[in-house]
Design a protein around this ligand. Structure first.
Ligand SMILES: Cc1cc2nc3c(=O)[nH]c(=O)nc-3n(C[C@H](O)[C@H](O)[C@H](O)COP(=O)(O)O)c2cc1C
Length: 359
């Protein structure tokens, strides 16, 4: 079980937690409207993603410091994801060496995609070496997180007095030297005149693409204009994400942002989504709204904290089973029929308005 400090770290959101709560609520508010008597024999949850066929569209989101949740940490999560065919995105701030995780995942035939999440470090030389380590270890794509140039206001963590306990650290960043703090003049900002002078920009996306042969996905795209810039910058895919409500509080829920981003991208690259996905019905709704696949964060941590690899496997298995049930009940044999499942015009729960075509 999680300590109160770890609970605040994993389950907390930024500031007052509006976006954190909204993420889950927004999926729940989207109504499904079944079609009956559709042919369902031979149905499946397979999807195509970046040139591969996946058994189902569920990936494990990058979550830092998983050994805080369970002594086996990322190893347990990776094993469970691999045997259940779920993709795995390993965090830059993982508490397990990236090579150890890759070795386990790559040995499993049923595995899904193996991607490495990247935070660009101020030391671009170190970043380049980290990218090359990930390539050498067998990671198949880089996921550049672009929505957190600075941590959000993590009030719940602060109230709980959260700090990393001894023995748990971002081991893949060992040897990274932090730049000395700038000598600020009175009136200067520690953020704008120091930390953020190194913050990544669109130029760094071009730089990253120039130093790697791996496809680069951008995680944390929410604005349609940024989605278009990302495609122009050569991103291989986008992840609509508000970092699980941990960065900017009062951002809209990802369920409400996804359709406009998918429309802006127009199928040029795959669009994925995360934030508040808790049920198979949520997965179906995400696909119906234009996502190619989804990432799941905290539910995986809960499985890990409660029962290690078995717990993570249970969470992924439940989500997949629920997705199949939701598809069958909506009359969708395949996920390319998912949009059939949405009530026309995105009717919301609690609305009594009759559908225009209801007999
Ligand atoms: C405890 C915690 C740590 C996270 N660490 C990272 C990280 O290292 N890199 C990253 O890109 N996103 C990180 N995220 C964000 C997740 O990848 C994902 O966007 C979010 O958790 C999805 O929302 P959900 O938890 O509601 O499923 C973290 C989220 C949590 C809850």
């Amino acid at each position: 079980m999680l300590s109160p400090q770890a609970d605040a770290y994993f389950n907390g959101g930024a500031a007052d937690g509006f976006t954190l709560r909204d993420n889950a609520l927004a999926w729940q508010r989207i109504a499904l409207l079944p079609r009956v008597l559709q042919p369902l024999a031979g149905g499946h949850t397979r999807v195509e993603l970046l040139g591969r066929t996946l058994a189902h569209p569920i990936l494990v989101a990058p979550i830092a410091y998983q050994r805080l949740a369970h002594p086996h940490g990322e190893v347990a999560t990776a094993l469970a994801a691999a045997v259940l065919g779920a993709g795995l995105v390993l965090s830059t701030q993982a508490s397990t060496p990236l090579e150890d995780v890759a070795r386990l995942v790559l040995a499993e035939n049923a595995r899904g995609p193996l991607w490495f999440q990247l935070y660009l470090q101020v030391d671009r030389g170190f970043t380049r070496e980290l990218v090359h380590r990930a390539e050498a270890a067998g990671y198949e794509a880089l996921v550049l997180t672009v929505d957190a140039p600075v941590n959000g206001a993590r009030d719940r963590e602060r109230r709980a007095g959260f700090t990393l306990p001894p023995g748990i650290s971002a081991v893949n960043l060992q040897g990274l030297r932090k730049p000395a703090p700038a000598a600020l003049q009175p009136g200067q900002s520690a953020l704008f005149d120091d930390l953020l002078t190194h913050a990544p920009t669109w130029d760094d996306v071009a730089w990253l693409r120039s130093i790697t042969r791996l496809p680069v996905l951008l995680k944390g795209i929410t604005h349609p204009a940024d989605a278009r810039l990302a495609v122009d910058a050569g991103a291989a895919g986008l992840i609509v994400s508000n970092h699980g409500g941990r960065t900017l509080d009062t951002m809209p829920a990802t369920a409400t942002l996804l359709p406009a981003v998918a429309q802006a991208v127009g199928g040029a690259v795959p669009v994925l989504v995360d934030g508040g996905i808790r049920r198979g019905t949520d997965v179906l709704k995400a696909i119906a709204l234009g996502a190619s696949a989804v990432l799941v964060g905290r539910p995986v941590v809960h499985g890990l904290a409660n029962a290690g690899a078995t717990g993570v496997a249970h969470v992924i298995r439940l989500l997949r089973d629920e997705l199949e049930i939701a598809m069958a009940l909506c009359g969708c044999a395949r996920l390319d029929q998912a949009s059939l499942a949405l009530a026309s015009g995105g009717q919301r729960h609690g609305e009594t308005r009759a559908r225009s075509d209801a007999g």
